[in-house]
Design a protein around this ligand. Structure first.
Ligand code: FE
Length: 204
């Protein structure tokens, strides 16, 4: 059964963090990274519908968007061997691996672009991205034969942010907007069962 409370608690804590420390990207990344680390250390809260791979494309399911668009939370579902293009974000970001593993390679602008070694992210690890420090990367499912899932948090409504994909050979940037894979949000907010249980316990 899905533990929806865990995700509600995460959203509450993250909302408080951006409310009180939103001016400091450094603090949001540091403390928010810990909140994300706690969330992905448990794997009993992600709804089935947001864990489904697509045979051709990696999936980006929006789980929550702050009403003031200060942050969004997205479930990335990677089919076997699926990968992103080289891309930037233009807002801060954090990537927490929950199932499987991912390979991440960073790039610096140039022609050709300068690439780092691939870094392997195992379940429970959180990678932080800051546009000020360079936030161009490429992410790949580390597995050719199974699905990987990571939970990402961004400093904006990421599916609607104007950003870029890059040709690593020439360094040419092309504008893009990623969008989301589903027109629906999962319902983490149906607490009726616990309220009914507490009503029943009061009447006995
Ligand atoms: Fe990314």
């Amino acid at each position: 059964m899905t533990n929806t409370r865990r995700f509600r608690d995460f959203v509450r804590s993250f909302t408080r963090l951006v409310e009180t420390q939103g001016e400091s990207e450094e603090i949001v990344l540091r403390d928010g990274g810990k909140l994300l680390g706690d969330l992905i250390a448990h794997d009993e809260w992600l709804p089935e519908d947001c864990a489904k791979p697509h045979p051709q494309y990696y999936q980006q399911y929006l789980l929550h968007c702050d009403p003031l668009e200060r942050f969004s939370v997205v479930s990335f579902v990677w089919g076997p061997g699926q990968k992103t293009p080289v891309h930037d974000h233009t807002v801060w970001g954090m990537v927490g691996v929950m199932r499987g593993a991912e390979l991440c390679r960073r790039f610096r602008p140039g022609s050709p672009m300068e690439a780092t070694e691939q870094q392997r992210l195992e379940p429970g690890s959180v990678d932080l991205l800051s546009p000020a420090e360079g936030d161009i990367h490429e992410v790949t499912n580390a597995f050719e034969d199974r699905v990987s899932i990571s939970i990402h948090v961004y400093g904006g409504n990421i599916g609607a942010v104007e950003r870029h994909v890059f040709d690593a050979t020439t360094g040419a940037a092309k504008p893009f907007v990623s969008g989301y894979s589903s027109p629906f949000l999962p319902n983490f907010w149906d607490r009726s069962a616990e309220v009914r249980a507490s009503m029943a316990s009061r009447t006995t």
